[in-house]
Design a protein around this ligand. Structure first.
Ligand code: FE2
Ligand code: FE2
Length: 469
């Protein structure tokens, strides 16, 4: 279905045919813009940014690029095309027609899932709002803003569902999405990771690599939902999400490249020496990865979860790539061998689905590590960076609060307390990384702690003036 840009709210859901809904969303729109002004990227609303905007929902060529002031970005409602006669693909209602409306008995579960997903979208914009001031290049500044406007659009995606399918309480939830704020003491965002500050670009790249990838996996699960409007919404969001993760992947790759170059140049891998040369030493990078990876692992929830079992049984939330990656879509009699502090134990598969999704996520995270280690090896370094054990530094699930080192070995409480500092970013690390964050905005120039990008965007070279300030 083509997207109509002639209307106040661009959409491909025939909004003009539903006056009541259209009016409700037009009422929410200025509130969204007010939120963007107050809580979005600070001081860049007048800049011309080279941004992509969705113009269709086809897999190929859905985006056009052009210079836009961010408050004029055409945020809208885009659902992927319907699969004709789609059936619920898993759980106890498998084979029944997918739902076009919310079944009464699943209403509160679906609302909770949509609100929780929706809450993360504006949260990340709030977390990243100050980063523009310390951008390492115009290319990176554009990437940041592209991610930010698309997270704003993801908020629109969830607000559409709330308004269209959940009546008055949906509208109230849509308001509340603009009232909670990341890190706010009285009214914080729902999930912990989205209250963590993202105050430097190393954190930003870790966030887009690890935390946006959690988003990818949540969306993949919801894209399987028996509630078809949710499935179609998430399928299109995934095309946007892919870019966010690539920002993290390429960004961290460039950090590693610069560090590798510096280590080669000075003939030393000693953290102090690397730091003196203005690059990020590998142990510091490793500690940042440890933090953001484990914080993102918590987002998948407890290993054993009756909620996960119920949403699967009811056809509300599937596994990632449910229809292509699995043969058994019922899994009522299957079991899962779970790693817990008490040893390995078999639990019913449906109850272990959070862990199934987390494992798929971890495999996906490893791709970047292989790439970055290749960069290190190519420059002659013997060092490697790696993902810590999923037992390490957890605050949710069976490993929460357990004294475990990054290799997964269980320690005494004293050993943990003593060594913990070496495995997670310290105040000194953060202060050092912050000290590198100096704004670079000459076209083609790049800060000294990160290698230049290899390719530009939209057919332009890396030194293109992606943001006109
Ligand atoms: Fe998002
Ligand atoms: Fe994202």
């Amino acid at each position: 279905m083509s997207i109509s840009y002639a209307e106040r709210i661009p959409n491909n859901v025939n909004l003009t045919d539903n006056r009541v809904l259209q009016r409700a969303l037009e009422h929410w729109q200025p509130r969204f813009l007010g939120w963007w002004r107050d809580m979005g990227p600070t001081d860049f609303n007048g800049a011309d940014v080279y941004l992509r905007t969705a113009t269709s929902v086809d897999a190929q060529g859905w985006a056009t690029y052009g210079s836009v002031k961010m408050p004029d970005y055409r945020w809208g409602i885009f659902l992927a095309d319907r699969y004709p006669e789609r059936k619920i693909g898993f759980g106890d209602f498998r084979g029944q027609p997918a739902w076009e409306q919310v079944p009464g008995e699943h209403r509160s579960t679906l609302r909770r899932l949509i609100v929780t997903q929706g809450d993360t979208e504006p949260a990340s914009v709030e977390q990243q709002r100050l980063l523009g001031h310390t951008c390492p290049s115009l290319y990176d500044l554009r990437s940041l803003f592209q991610v930010n406007v698309e997270e704003g659009r993801h908020l629109w995606a969830m607000v559409y569902l709330l308004h269209a399918y959940f009546g008055r309480d949906g509208r109230e939830e849509a308001e509340a999405l603009l009232e909670r704020h990341s890190g706010n003491r009285d009214n914080p965002r729902i999930l912990n990771t989205f209250n963590e500050p993202v105050e430097d670009w190393l954190s930003f790249f870790c966030f887009t690599y690890f935390t946006d990838r959690d988003g990818k996996y949540q969306l993949k699960c919801l894209a399987e939902s028996g509630f078809d409007p949710l499935a179609r919404t998430c399928r299109f969001m995934l095309t946007e999400e892919a870019y966010h993760m690539s920002v993290g992947m390429l960004g961290l790759g460039r950090v590693v490249k610069r560090t590798a170059d510096v280590m080669k140049e000075i003939g030393s891998e000693k953290p102090e020496a690397v730091r003196r040369s203005g690059a990020i030493d590998l142990p510091t990078l490793q500690r940042y990865l440890n933090f953001w990876f484990t914080s993102s692992l918590d987002l998948f929830g407890s290993e054993v979860s009756s909620n996960a079992a119920t949403t699967f049984a009811n056809g509300i939330k599937g596994r990632p790539d449910e229809m292509t990656a699995f043969e058994d879509h019922d899994i009522r009699d299957a079991s899962f061998n779970l790693d817990s502090p008490k040893g390995r134990e078999d639990v019913p598969m449906r109850n272990a689905l959070n862990e199934v999704v987390r494992e798929a996520y971890i495999r996906d995270c490893e791709v970047g590590l292989r790439l970055w280690n290749r960069i290190l090896a190519k420059s002659g370094s013997k060092s490697e960076i790696r993902l810590p054990s999923p037992r390490f530094n957890r605050t949710v699930g069976v490993w929460a609060g357990q004294p475990v080192d990054p290799a997964g070995a269980v320690l005494s409480a004293e050993d943990w307390a003593r060594q913990k500092q070496a495995w997670l970013p310290s105040d000194t690390d953060r202060a050092f990384v912050k000290s590198l964050m100096k704004r670079v905005v000459d076209p083609g120039k790049v800060a000294g702690w990160i290698a230049p990008p290899e390719r530009g965007i939209g057919g332009h070279p890396p030194d293109y003036e992606y943001v006109r300030l």
